[in-house]
Design a protein around this ligand. Structure first.
Ligand code: SAH
Length: 348
């Protein structure tokens, strides 16, 4: 807002004109010409000097259940290699007043390089700017009102936290999504989690755990090798003490890898007595394609195995939910659509 006010004043506008333009944009205006309460000269100057949006929808896939995956590119950035995914997931009951859930990305690519995840297979290209994160919300709202958001798209949000926080503060203050309506998912970083917990974060926390065993976590979440799970869980406890919001531990289920009864028991044992829940995510297969940096060899567990794992964790005393992904018939897995586009670009 400060930056916009300064630039509007440079173009001979008044500070309140910046506020008018911003509110119009957040309410759905897509050209300055629509903002008829601004002086005509200023509208013309703004049109030539300050692009209203920098994102463009380069591709959009709609699944049979109504979820839409958008591939967003940013002006003057390369097509193919510099795009992110945003997913708009309408409520199960279309008449529900709750609004859709929006899944947003925070980086182009990801440096964490979990071997089962498409987002980091080709490494990190760059961090998204705060406005590029906000624009994902504006593009999402074009598809229908949003009642919840999950920061679970491409990228590791705590490695781009300044921009992510700036964006989520705007989403909270100006788009009206309260802290309990937004969930940020991270691989952990205990010190950062503790520090952020003291700053009244406008979101709930989810931590990707994926295994209760330290050695295996170093393989599944390579950037966290050497960070003990105990430390991650202790940071989660500190988060609860500071925010009074329970942590969700995410656990991607990789058939034959981390879905044994020993895993379930140890996971349950470690979480017992903590203010936390587990969210199991049966792995969404990546469709291998020529030119992929590496083709991961995992399998999605059968529904019965998922239910058995859930029962074992619950028996050990921890509330456990299952997330069967919706709306993701093709290029389902997070980051896969972007990867496909980058690969076809290379082939051209
Ligand atoms: N970088 C953040 C956000 C990632 S997306 C994080 O790691 O938490 C949210 C969740 O989806 C993470 O737990 C991630 O590990 C998981 N995930 C990634 N690829 C997946 C796939 N192909 N199938 C199922 N879950 C996946």
């Amino acid at each position: 807002m400060d930056e916009l006010t300064e630039r509007v004043t440079e173009l001979d506008g008044k500070p309140f004109h910046a506020r008018v333009a911003r509110e119009a944009l957040l309410k759905g205006a897509r050209t300055y010409e629509e903002m008829t309460s601004l002086p005509a000269d200023l509208r013309a100057a703004l049109t030539s000097e300050i692009p209203l949006l920098s994102s463009e929808v380069r591709h959009s896939t709609r699944a049979s259940d109504g979820a839409t995956k958008l591939l967003l590119g940013f002006a003057e950035r390369d097509e193919g290699s510099d795009e992110v995914e945003t997913v708009h997931i309408p409520p199960h009951n279309p008449k529900s007043p709750k609004g859709a859930t929006l899944c947003v990305s925070t980086q182009v690519g990801c440096p964490v390089a979990c071997p089962f995840c498409a987002s980091g297979l080709a490494g990190l290209i760059r961090n998204l700017e705060a406005h590029e994160i906000i624009e994902q919300f504006l593009r999402g709202i074009e598809l229908g009102p949003i009642g919840r958001a999950v920061v679970m798209g491409i990228g590791e949000p705590l490695l781009n936290y300044t921009n992510v926080r700036a964006a989520l503060d705007v989403v909270n203050a100006e788009l009206g999504l309260g802290a309990r309506k937004v969930t940020l998912s991270t691989v952990g970083f205990p010190d950062r989690v503790r520090e952020i917990a003291t700053t009244k974060p406008p979101f709930q926390l989810a931590v990707s755990l994926h295994t209760p065993f330290d050695a295996e976590r170093g393989v599944l979440v390579p950037a966290m090798r050497g960070v003990p799970i105990d430390d991650i869980l202790a940071a989660g406890d500190d988060w609860y003490r500071a925010t009074h919001r329970e942590v969700t531990y995410e656990y991607v289920l990789l058939g034959g890898h981390n879905d044994s009864p020993e895993h379930a028991r140890e996971l349950g044992r470690r979480l017992r007595g903590r203010r936390a829940t587990v969210n199991l995510i049966p792995w969404n297969p990546l469709t291998p394609m020529e030119g992929d940096p590496e083709v991961p060899r995992y399998r999605r567990p059968a529904p019965d195995d998922v239910a058995g794992f859930q029962a074992d964790v619950q028996d050990a005393g921890t509330v456990t939910t299952i997330r069967w992904s919706r709306g993701l018939e093709s290029d389902a897995a997070c980051g896969q659509l972007r990867l496909r586009r980058a690969a076809s670009k290379r082939a051209d």
